[in-house]
Design a protein around this ligand. Structure first.
Ligand code: MSP
Length: 513
């Protein structure tokens, strides 16, 4: 950890579709990082929002018989509700139709224009409306002109356009990527981008004339801005660009832009080239995560296999859904969503391991020490607990490297260890001894571990963290700038002998499939 501020963004989501598991995935991951760094005392700015312009939105609105802004206003509420349901703690939500964004985007375009990097020309070629992307020659060759002409999502364009001199930035970009290994992560993605750039970059069409739903160019009112140039600039317009606001000064450049692998090139080629042209510093890291398939198949409307995050949150709670999303497979890779596997994980990791640890421990404290934290010997507690700090350090290291699955697996090692320790020590046997000191010591060790876990788990499962803490009569965790609550939590002897515990309801019910 270096700088004391942390700026993290999600992609801004298109409003032509309702939110699904893919959108939830990026946003939950960003939320976990935002909460994690707040916990560690950083000042965090977490941005999400919606991408509301472009031909795709205009087309969908037309099909529905509504205005594009009517569509956006309607769908944006779904995103806002979902983020609330999923306990997302973004600091700002930007919509590209807001004046603050439109003004900023216009300035951004103008800055590139003034630099001499935008010129007028004509575009002739293929355009994929769903992806809002001009097809490269290689893609056209691969797919074949005939197939393209039959694809309803792909249109043939011949129109006047303004071009951005992307080719001019090829070497500068390569040099930046090669000398900053963490600019694109994971490494496999970085290599992919490097070889793409090495094939040669062509100038990019950055304006359109054949539809209206976009930001008018400051230099020509017949054109609207290419939706990706408009959308990418959200990461700085949200901070007040072009003004040098306090927010911008404090948080730019961003530490991480989280994106899905499908939008890697836009973020690692177009975006940095635009920024270089406009004279704005580049973000530190662009991290591309993998995609979810559902029951082994690609999610698609026609297959009707969309995983509806609202439904899962309603049925199983936000914490469980968040847990599954990040625990199931490595963040940079693709993975599969299956309901069976979801239930298996909840039953094993949450109900059997974590839930059971908390409930059995508090039952024993209730039974043997009248629901009070028992007396303990601090040196013995240190001897038992200090070696387990390693697991928490590994957890920190992995979470900071966005290896969420491994991070939570380290945390679960602590939970499993605590369960094994109970089995091994058999407090129910110790309870029969006249001298109760060993029983008390064992129970204390377990309670202290549960307390530490309640802090480490907070970024991923905030409600659960609060529930566990209230069972131990502890306050909710307070995140204070400059104070590292996670390191503080590893101190030993925080729970005081005689404090009340509350067994209460169990944290997780096993789900019968
Ligand atoms: N509007 C653009 C992003 C502009 S950012 C300046 C866009 N929007 S999107 O709504 O189509 O997609 C947003 C994100 O959702 C992308 O990062 C994409 O990878 C992610 N996902 C969409 N489907 C997904 C899965 N099935 N699995 C995981 N993530 C997926 O692209």
């Amino acid at each position: 950890m270096s700088k004391d501020t942390f700026y993290i963004t999600t992609p801004i989501y298109y409003v032509n579709d309702y939110p699904h598991i893919g959108h939830a995935y990026t946003t939950v991951a960003a939320d976990v990082l935002a909460r994690y760094y707040r916990l560690r005392g950083k000042e965090v700015y977490f941005l999400t929002g919606t991408d509301e312009h472009g031909q795709k939105i205009e087309k969908t609105a037309q099909k529905n018989g509504e205005t594009p802004i009517g569509l956006a206003d309607r769908v944006v509420q779904r995103f806002e509700t979902l983020w609330k349901d999923l306990l997302i703690t973004h600091d700002d939500f930007i919509r590209t139709t807001q004046p603050r964004h439109e003004n900023g985007a216009v300035h951004f375009f103008q800055a590139c224009f003034d630099k001499g990097d935008i010129y007028e020309g004509e575009y002739e070629g293929w355009y994929a409306v769903n992806d809002e992307e001009f097809l490269t020659e290689t893609t056209v060759k691969e797919m074949g002109e005939e197939a393209l002409s039959k694809n309803p999502n792909i249109i043939r364009l011949k129109e006047k356009t303004y071009y951005f001199k992307l080719s001019k930035y090829q070497n500068q970009l390569l040099e930046h990527i090669e000398s900053n290994p963490s600019f694109i992560e994971p490494t496999s993605r970085r290599n992919e981008v490097i070889s793409f750039i090495k094939q040669g970059l062509k100038d990019l069409s950055v304006s359109r004339t054949s539809f209206d739903w976009g930001i008018e160019l400051p230099v020509d009112s017949n054109h609207v801005m290419y939706v990706w140039m408009d959308a990418l600039s959200n990461y700085i317009t949200a901070l007040g660009y072009p003004e040098k606001t306090a927010l911008f000064e404090k948080f730019w450049p961003a530490q991480i832009h989280l994106v899905g692998k499908d939008i890697l090139r836009f973020h690692t080629i177009y975006w940095p080239a635009f920024l270089m042209s406009a004279g704005v510093e580049l973000p530190q890291t662009i991290y591309a995560h993998g995609w979810w398939t559902v029951e082994g198949e690609k999610m698609s409307k026609s297959k009707g296999n969309f995983v509806d995050p609202f439904e899962f949150v309603k049925n199983y709670g936000a914490d469980s859904f968040r847990y599954f999303l990040l625990r199931e497979f490595p963040f940079g890779q693709d993975g599969n969503f299956s309901k069976e596997q979801f239930i298996r994980r909840l039953n094993t990791d949450l109900a059997n391991e974590l839930g059971n640890l908390v409930s059995r421990s508090l039952s024993m404290v209730e039974k043997y020490t009248q629901a009070k934290v028992p007396a303990f010997d601090l040196d013995k507690a240190k001897e038992f607990l200090t070696p387990l700090h390693t697991n928490f350090f590994q957890y920190q290291e992995k979470i900071e490297a966005l290896k969420f699955d491994q991070a939570f697996s380290h945390l679960w090692d602590v939970i499993k260890h605590a369960n094994q320790y109970i089995e091994h020590q058999q407090p129910w046997v110790l309870a029969k001894k006249e001298d109760q000191s060993q029983l008390h010591q064992v129970l204390y060790h377990v309670l202290e571990l549960i307390r530490m876990v309640s802090v480490a788990i907070a970024p991923l499962m905030p409600t659960l963290s609060d529930q566990i803490r209230s069972k131990l009569s502890l306050d909710k965790i307070l995140c204070v700038k400059g104070a590292d609550a996670l390191s503080d939590a590893l101190q030993i002897g925080i729970l005081k002998a005689g404090a009340d515990t509350h067994k209460g309801e169990s944290l997780f019910q096993r789900i019968e499939s």
